[in-house]
Design a protein around this ligand. Structure first.
Ligand SMILES: Nc1ncnc2c1ncn2[C@@H]1O[C@H](COP(=O)(O)OP(=O)(O)O)[C@@H](O)[C@H]1O
Ligand SMILES: Cc1ncc(COP(=O)(O)OP(=O)(O)O)c(N)n1
Length: 278
C-alpha cells in the first residue's frame, strides 16, 4: 500500500488543511498519515482562532510516522512559524525523504495569517532546497520572489526565480488570476514550462483548493507518477472538486472530494488543455 504524509494545520470546518489532505489521499487510494502543526478554529466564513503546536510535538509526530510506517511522499501545508519549519526540515533530512511537496500556505482566504511574516526567510532557506515541487498561488509567489505578478510572462519569471531558490519544480497556480476565463497553472522544471489550463468556474466554493491540489500531487507521487503526470491528475481532481460543490456553510464552501472518482466512473473527466514549451 502506498503511503502519503501530510504535515499541516487542522481546519475545523473540514474544507482545507489536514482534513482536505486526508480526504484527497483516501480518494486517490493512498494510506494517509499526518503530523499536526496547528489547530485552527475555522469555518466557511473565516478563521476564528489559530493555536500553533510546539515544534517538538510536530517533530515527534513526524518521527513516529517515519520510524514505523514510513512514507512514499509527503506534503507540507500550514507551518506557521520558524521553529516548526526548522523541525520539519530536519526530519525530512533525517529520513532522506525526496518526494516532498511544499504548499507554502501564508494567508487564508478571509485574510488570517497562517505563516508568521518572519518565517518566510526560514521557508526559503530551509525547506525550498528540500522540495521536489512547490505550489505557490500568485500572492505567495509574489512574497517568495518580491516581484509583482500580473501577466503570464511574470508568472514564468517568478517560477524561474523560485527554482533558483532551490525548488526543483515550481507550479504557480492560477486560481487568483480572476479576470481570465481559464485557470492556468504553470509548471517549471528548470528547463521547460508546462501549462495546465481548465475553464474558470464562477463559484464562491473554493475553500481549500490549494490544499486539495497539493495533496493530490502528493498522492500521485506516492503511487509512482512523474511530476508532470501528478500535476495533471491533480488539476483534473481539483477541477471536478470545484465544479461539483456541496453547498456547506454560509461563506466560501469546501470543494467536493468525491467528484473526481464519480466523474471517472461515469467516463466524464477531461477538461484540461496541457501544453509544453521550451
Ligand atoms: N474558480 C476556479 N476555477 C477553476 N479552477 C480553479 C479555480 N480556483 C482555483 N482553481 C484551481 O485550484 C487550484 C488551487 O489554486 P489557487 O486557488 O490559486 O490556490 P490557493 O487555494 O492556494 O489560493 C489550482 O489548480 C487552480 O488552477
Ligand atoms: C489549516 C489550514 N491550512 C491551510 C489553509 C489554506 O488553504 P487553501 O487551500 O489555500 O484555501 P483557502 O484558505 O484559500 O480557502 C487553511 N485555510 N487552513
Amino acid at each position: 500500500m502506498n503511503r502519503a504524509l501530510t504535515i499541516a494545520g487542522s481546519d475545523s470546518g473540514g474544507g482545507a488543511g489536514i482534513q482536505a489532505d486526508l480526504k484527497t489521499f483516501q480518494e486517490l487510494k493512498v494510506f494517509g498519515t499526518s503530523a499536526l502543526t496547528a489547530v485552527t478554529a475555522q469555518n466557511t466564513l473565516g478563521v476564528q482562532g489559530v493555536f500553533p503546536m510546539d515544534a517538538v510535538a510536530v517533530a515527534n509526530q513526524v518521527q513516529s510516522v517515519g520510524e514505523d510506517i514510513g512514507t512514499d511522499a509527503l506534503k507540507t501545508g500550514m507551518l506557521f512559524n520558524t521553529e516548526i519549519i526548522q523541525a520539519v526540515s530536519e526530519k525530512i533530512k533525517q529520513f532522506g525523504w525526496e518526494k516532498v511537496v511544499v504548499d507554502p500556505v501564508m494567508i487564508a482566504k478571509g485574510g488570517a495569517s497562517l505563516l508568521q511574516q518572519e518565517a518566510v526567510s526560514a521557508l526559503k532557506k530551509h525547506l525550498l532546497p528540500l522540495c521536489l515541487i512547490i505550489t505557490p498561488n500568485i500572492p505567495e509567489a509574489e512574497v517568495l520572489t518580491g516581484m509583482s505578478i500580473k501577466s503570464m510572462d511574470e508568472k514564468k519569471e517568478a517560477a524561474k526565480r523560485i527554482h533558483i531558490l532551490g525548488a526543483k519544480n515550481v507550479v504557480i497556480k492560477g486560481g487568483h488570476d480572476e479576470e481570465t476565463n481559464e485557470s492556468v497553472d504553470v509548471l517549471f522544471d528548470g528547463i521547460e514550462y508546462s501549462y495546465f489550463s481548465t475553464p474558470r468556474i464562477m463559484t464562491e466554493n473554493t475553500h481549500g483548493t490549494g490544499c486539495t491540489f497539493s495533496a493530490a500531487i502528493t498522492a500521485k507521487l506516492a503511487k509512482g507518477s512523474s511530476v508532470h503526470e501528478a500535476v495533471s491528475v491533480a488539476k483534473d481532481f481539483i477541477q471536478a472538486a470545484i465544479a461539483n460543490p456541496l453547498n456547506i456553510g454560509c461563506g466560501h464552501g469546501p470543494t467536493n472530494h468525491w467528484a473526481y472518482n464519480l466523474k471517472r466512473e461515469s467516463g466524464v473527466i477531461a477538461w484540461q488543455e496541457s501544453v509544453l514549451e521550451k
